[in-house]
Every structure is written in C-alpha cells, then in structure tokens.
Design a protein around this ligand. Structure first.
Ligand SMILES: Nc1ncnc2c1ncn2[C@@H]1O[C@H](COP(=O)(O)OP(=O)(O)OP(=O)(O)O)[C@@H](O)[C@H]1O
Ligand SMILES: [Mg+2]
Length: 259
C-alpha cells in the first residue's frame, strides 16, 4: 500500500450551532488524487481551511507527512509543503501575472531585510532562478504569453489557472484544489485535466473539491462524499457515485430544507 501523506482523524468544526465539519476522518495516499464532493454547504471548503491551518478544529487530529499539524500557523504548514488554492481566485489584479507568480514563492532571500545589502549578487541570482521557475510553470499552464499582463485582465478560467500555477511556486507536496474547474470553459477544462494528471505523475499528491462530476471521475483515484459536515461515502469513485445515498444527498432527500 502506498504511503499516507495526510490523515485526518475525528475532525470537528462548528460555527455557532452549525456543525460545518462533523467528526471527519480520511486518509490520502501519496502520489494519488483524492476527490471531495458534496452538496453546497456540505463543509468541503471548511475542511480545506482546517487542513491548511486557516482555521483551527474544535477537536480531532490532522497528520501531514507523519507530523501533527493542528495548531500550527498556516504559513508553517505551507512551508512543510501543504499548499491550497481558494474557491474564489485570490490573484492580485493590479499586479502582473509574473509578479503574482513571484509572490507565490516561499523563503526568498530577497525578502530578508538585510539581504540586499549583504548578499546583493546572491539575491539577484536567486530572483532570476525564481523568475525562470515562474516562467516554466506559466508555460506548463499555457499562460506564458500573459506574463506581463495584469492579472485583472485575465478571463475567469485563466485566473483559476494562475491560482494553481502560483500554488506550484511554493513547491507543494500536497496540493488542495478548491473547485479548480469552476468558471473554466469546457475546452480549457479538458486541457486542465491532462495537466493535473501530469502533476500526479510527477509525484504530487492532490486533493480536489469539485462539483463537476465528470471531471472528478476523470481524475480521482479515490472519492469522499461530504454531506452536512460528515463523510457520507468513500472509496472507488465509480462505486461511490452510484451509491443511492449520494444521489439522495444531492437531491436533498431527508434534508431539513425540503418541504
Ligand atoms: N467562517 C464561517 N462562519 C460561519 N459559518 C461558516 C463559515 N464558513 C463556512 N460556514 C458555514 O459552514 C457550512 C459549510 O460551508 P463550506 O463553505 O465549507 O461548504 P462547501 O461544501 O464548500 O460549499 P460549496 O460547495 O457551496 O462551496 C455552510 O453552512 C457555511 O455557511
Ligand atoms: Mg466550497
């Protein structure tokens, strides 16, 4: 069996009286793609917020690469190689595509206050290396020609790609993608599927939240379904998707919201 890169045990998070994430446990094997689906408000993005340290769970353990990460600040978790993207792209619209990419890079020497004075040459060389890396990643996403455009001038789909490209600048080992296909047109989505598969092939582990079931099925090695904060089903994607309980959850059968 493949090594486990992420394990979540009995994680809970409430907002007031709402159980947004309720006793969730799951496991992500290294070099796989794990899908996470579920109706609107099921708690999927909240689970990503918890894993990436943006919010703290009320209870439960989160183990990344063998280390307990609950309570660590988000930047420390990111520094360990656990990087997430956001459902709404967070590109800085008045900066260029390349500048956005450079910001995604961690531990730059140039950010150290004294670095420009004491190690000017080395900082310059490092910046060039980071720029080269940014260009390589932009090229991978077919975005290199937009290098000097303002991020604000990109289409919704391109902004989503930039979000993912920027995440790769931080050298992730585990990448959490929150609805990477939302707002991306079908032709671009087909290309994006191939790129995500290439990332897996290169050794990256990916967790992906997505509403578009065909894309989830095309990518996931394993699938989890979240409903009202709890894991409703998990396992082989084809089997999970044909589970009648999953169908009912999407229809809202038995939901409080139904008449
Ligand atoms: N910071 C917060 N404060 C209060 N309630 C919140 C907060 N964040 C999320 N929620 C609530 O928690 C529940 C789960 O939200 P979440 O965004 O995780 O759902 P989701 O599965 O990602 O939904 P979608 O598919 O629509 O993105 C929702 O009822 C939401 O309103
Ligand atoms: Mg969400």
């Amino acid at each position: 069996m493949a090594n486990e890169i992420l394990r979540i045990e009995g994680v809970r998070k409430g907002f007031g009286g709402l159980k947004a994430v309720d006793n969730c446990s799951l496991s992500v094997p290294e070099r796989t793609i794990v899908g996470l689906i579920g109706p609107n408000g099921a708690g999927k993005s909240t689970l990503f917020d918890l894993i990436s340290g943006f919010i703290k769970p009320d209870a439960g353990n989160i183990i990344f690469s063998g280390k307990e990460i609950v309570g660590l600040p988000a930047y420390r978790i990111a520094g360990m190689g656990l990087i997430r993207t956001f459902q709404i792209p967070r590109a800085l619209m008045r900066m260029t595509v390349l500048e956005n990419m450079m910001l995604g890079s961690q531990n730059q020497l140039g950010e150290m206050i004294l670095a420009p004075i004491i190690r000017h040459g080395r900082v310059k060389a490092e910046e060039r290396a980071i720029e080269k890396k940014a260009e390589d990643i932009l090229k991978f996403f077919d975005l290199l020609r937009m290098r000097d455009e303002y991020a604000g001038s990109m289409s919704g789909g391109q902004k989503k790609m930039l979000e993912m490209a920027r995440a790769l600048m931080a050298n992730p080992r585990l990448l959490l993608l929150d609805e990477p296909f939302a707002g991306v047109n079908p032709a671009l989505s087909e290309r994006l599927i191939e790129k995500i598969k290439l990332l897996r092939k290169s050794g990256l582990t990916i967790m992906i939240i997505e509403h578009a079931i065909p894309y989830v099925l095309a990518l996931s090695d394993e699938l989890y379904v979240l409903n009202k904060g709890a894991i409703l089903a998990s396992g082989q994607p084809d089997k999970v998707i044909s589970d009648s309980r999953v169908f009912e959850a999407y229809l809202g059968v038995g939901s409080d919201a139904q008449p």
